[in-house]
Design a protein. Structure first.
Length: 275
C-alpha cells in the first residue's frame, strides 16, 4: 500500500488532484481559445502599452480604456501554472471590464522557469505600486484599484491582496480596494509536496510565506470556483473564503478549471456579477 503524504492522499492521488490538465482532456483547445479571444480584444480595444513598470522584458502593463475617464482600474494577473502564458492571453478579460466602465490592466511578469515564485509575487506587487503612482496619467483613478486573477494568477492576486507588504513599499494599506479570486491555490504546502514542486522548488518556509491563507486580507474579496474542479482546488477556494471572510462566494455550475473564466466578463452570469 502506498504511503499517505497529505490529507489522506497518496503521492499519486495528490498529484492527480493538483493537475488540472489531467481532468480536462481538451485543455489545449481552451488555451487556444484564450489566444483567439485575446487577439480579437486587442484589435477592438487597442490597448495603451506596453507600459514598463520594471526593467525586464515581461515587466509591462497594457491598459484597456473605457469610453469615459477617469475610471476605476481592475488589475489582472494571468494564469498558466506559474510557468506559462503571458499578459497577451489575458486580453479577452478586458471586454467585460471595459464594458462596465473600468480600465483593465493586464500585467506581465517573469515565470517560474526564470525566477522563483517569491520574485513573481514581488513583481506583481511592484506593478500595482507603479499603477498607483502612474495610472492617473492615463485616466485611471488610483483610489479605485482592484486586483483579480485566475488559477495561478488568483494565487498571486491573493498575495497582492494580503495586508503585509504595503508599508514597506510606501503605499497605503488599502491601495487595493477589492480582490476577485477565481480557481486558485491558496495553501502551498500541498503544492510543495506534489509534482509541481519539481519546477517551483519550494521549501517549507517558502511555501508558508507564499500561502495567502496564512495571512490576512487588506480588502474585501470575492472567491469563485468551478463545479467540476478537482476536490483540492475546491477545498482551497472555500477554505480561503471562510478564513478571509469573503464578501461573496460563487460555485459555477457545469464549469471546469479552464472554461470557468469565460463568464467573468458577462454580467448576466454569477461570475460576471461577482466581478
Amino acid at each position: 500500500m502506498d504511503p499517505i503524504v497529505y490529507r489522506g492522499m497518496t503521492q499519486a492521488e495528490l498529484d492527480s488532484v493538483l493537475d488540472n490538465q489531467r481532468h480536462v482532456p481538451d485543455v489545449a483547445e481552451w488555451i487556444a481559445e484564450y489566444g483567439r479571444r485575446s487577439a480579437a480584444a486587442r484589435m477592438r480595444l487597442r490597448p495603451v502599452g506596453p507600459l514598463a513598470y520594471g526593467p525586464g522584458a515581461r515587466h509591462a502593463v497594457d491598459l484597456y480604456l473605457p469610453a469615459r475617464l477617469p475610471a476605476p482600474v481592475h488589475v489582472f494577473l494571468h494564469g498558466g501554472a506559474w510557468r506559462a502564458l503571458s499578459r497577451d492571453e489575458a486580453a479577452w478579460h478586458a471586454e467585460g471590464v471595459v464594458a462596465q466602465g473600468a480600465i483593465f490592466a493586464a500585467v506581465g511578469f517573469d515565470l517560474s522557469t526564470e525566477v522563483r515564485l517569491g520574485e513573481m509575487v514581488r513583481q506583481a506587487r511592484q506593478a500595482v505600486a507603479w499603477l498607483f503612482g502612474n495610472v492617473a496619467a492615463h485616466g485611471g483613478d488610483p483610489a479605485r484599484i482592484t486586483i483579480g486573477g485566475h488559477s495561478s494568477g488568483a494565487h498571486m492576486a491573493a498575495m497582492v491582496a494580503r495586508d503585509d507588504w504595503q508599508d514597506a513599499a510606501g503605499l497605503p494599506r488599502d491601495v487595493v480596494k477589492g480582490a476577485y479570486l477565481l480557481s486558485g491555490l491558496y495553501d502551498l504546502e500541498p503544492v510543495r509536496r506534489c509534482y509541481r514542486n519539481a519546477l517551483l522548488g519550494l521549501d517549507e518556509a517558502e511555501a508558508a510565506s507564499l500561502s495567502p491563507i496564512l495571512g490576512r486580507p487588506s480588502c474585501p474579496v470575492v472567491v469563485g470556483v468551478a463545479e467540476r474542479e478537482t476536490p483540492e482546488f475546491r477545498r482551497h477556494c472555500f477554505a480561503l473564503a471562510a478564513e478571509w471572510g469573503a464578501r461573496f462566494v460563487f460555485d459555477a455550475p457545469g464549469r471546469q478549471h479552464y472554461d470557468v473564466a469565460l463568464d467573468a466578463g458577462d454580467p448576466a452570469t454569477e461570475e460576471g456579477t461577482a466581478l
